[in-house]
Structure formats: structure tokens, C-alpha cells
Design a protein. Structure first.
Ligand code: GSH
Length: 232
């Protein structure tokens, strides 16, 4: 049985890590049977999760996991894309996975209002060794990395101002199509669904989520992808 090593579900989300959720969304979309194994970055060969074990092979990185299976499919998910669409998909994925990853991290660890609700919910979910001083050390490292990216805890308005144009651009790209590159999902949708759901469907409000929820085509899109991948 294929094993997907990832965090356990959290806050009603399939995964609070958008990269783990991307891999799971893909496996579910392709109907590939798998077993979810609770894990953390320290247990991964790359130091990051998700990672996947398929027999003798261990695959790290969510995109590599998708490509590992797509290489065996009779038709690649992106087979119908032309060169311009492939280039667009590449740049959109790179930008979203960089920019929105840090927005999601900020919503929980950086924004003082987000940290107030995240910390008490996260603590019981962590192994004992990571509670207290361990958690403090993780947050200190993340805060340093966020400050370097212009995401300071004392200025949530400036921090979220970096994420809102990304959501606006995604809404413009999606327009009135059912999926980002047309009538059917492509590998890009596995990523975008995971990142958007982690912003729009997390249970605590913040200005980025409020902004995203006003972009109704994105809200409908996350519902559509959820129904397709998680509700059948
Ligand atoms: N490029 C990787 C990124 C994975 C990633 O950043 N995972 C995070 C969890 S959301 C992680 O393990 N972070 C721990 C660290 O970087 O130390 C992928 O697509 O799988």
C-alpha cells in the first residue's frame, strides 16, 4: 500500500500543510489508493513533508509525487496543454507556492490574532517534545523568516497586502471557467485547491480570508474541487 507521510487533519481541513493537501488531493483525484501516515518534517528524508513511500521508492516533494504517478498514467493530466498554458501553469504554481505559503504561515504563526487561536489548538496536536520551549523556538525561527519577507507581526495590514493581489490575480485567471486551465482539472489545480482551501476554509477569520471570500469564483472553485476529490 502506498504511504503518504503527512500531518494529521487539522481544523476540519484535510491538511493544514498546503503541500501535504496538494499531494492528497492529487491521489484522491486520480483514485490512487493510499494510507495516510501521521508524520512531521523531522521524520522526512528531505526535512520537509509530505513524502511518499511506494514500495522501494521514497519520493519527497509534492510535485515530484504527482509526477511519480503521472509518468505511469496512460495520459498525463497536462497532456492537452499547449506551450503557453504550460508556461502559465509553471509560473502560477511557483508564485502561489512561494507567496501563499508564507501568507498561510503568517495567518497562523505571525498575525497576533491568528496566533491567539492557532497556538491553543496546535499544542495538543504536537508531540510533547515540541510543546512549550520547542514551540517557542519554531515560532521564533518562523517570525525571523517572515520579517525578512516583509511579513512583520506588528503590521498585519502590510503583510496581508502581499497576499491579496495574488488572490485577485487567481480570480482573474480563473474567470468563469470551472478549473484554472479549462473544463477539466490539471496538475495546477491540485496545488491551487490546496492553497486556496487553506485560506478560505480555515475556521478563523482574517483579512486575507475575508478578501478571498469576496472573490466568489474562487469560493465556488474550492467547493467544486472539494466535491470532486473529497466527497465521493
Ligand atoms: N517543495 C516542497 C515544500 C514542502 C514544505 O515546505 N513542507 C513544509 C510543511 S507545509 C515543511 O515540511 N516545512 C518544514 C521545514 O521547511 O523545515 C513540496 O512541494 O513538498
Amino acid at each position: 500500500m502506498i504511504e503518504l507521510h503527512q500531518f494529521r487533519p487539522f481544523w476540519g481541513l484535510p491538511n493544514a500543510s498546503p503541500f501535504c493537501m496538494k499531494a492528497e488531493t492529487y491521489l484522491r483525484y486520480r483514485d490512487i489508493p493510499f494510507r495516510s501516515v501521521p508524520s512531521g518534517p523531522r521524520r522526512s528524508p528531505s526535512g520537509q513533508i509530505p513524502f511518499l513511500v511506494d514500495g522501494e521508492r521514497t519520493v519527497t516533494d509534492s510535485q515530484a509525487i504527482i509526477e511519480h504517478f503521472e509518468a505511469r498514467q496512460p495520459s498525463h493530466l497536462d497532456a492537452d496543454l499547449d506551450e503557453t498554458q504550460r508556461a502559465t501553469a509553471y509560473f502560477v504554481r511557483e508564485l502561489v507556492e512561494e507567496r501563499l505559503y508564507w501568507q498561510i504561515t503568517y495567518m497562523r504563526w505571525g498575525d497576533p490574532a491568528g496566533w491567539r487561536v492557532f497556538k491553543p489548538d496546535l499544542t495538543p496536536y504536537l508531540p510533547r517534545a515540541l510543546r512549550g520551549p520547542g514551540l517557542f523556538a519554531i515560532r521564533r525561527t518562523l517570525l525571523r523568516r517572515m520579517r525578512r519577507r516583509g511579513l512583520p507581526p506588528d503590521d498585519p495590514a502590510a503583510a496581508y497586502a502581499q497576499g491579496m493581489p495574488v488572490l485577485d490575480a487567481l480570480s482573474g485567471l480563473l474567470a468563469d471557467k470551472p478549473f484554472f486551465l479549462g473544463e477539466t482539472p490539471h496538475s495546477l489545480d491540485m496545488s491551487l485547491h490546496a492553497f486556496l482551501a487553506n485560506i478560505l476554509d480555515q475556521p478563523h477569520e482574517n483579512p486575507l480570508q475575508a478578501h478571498g471570500r469576496r472573490l466568489t469564483n474562487l469560493v465556488d472553485y474550492t467547493r467544486r474541487m472539494k466535491a470532486l476529490c473529497y466527497e465521493n
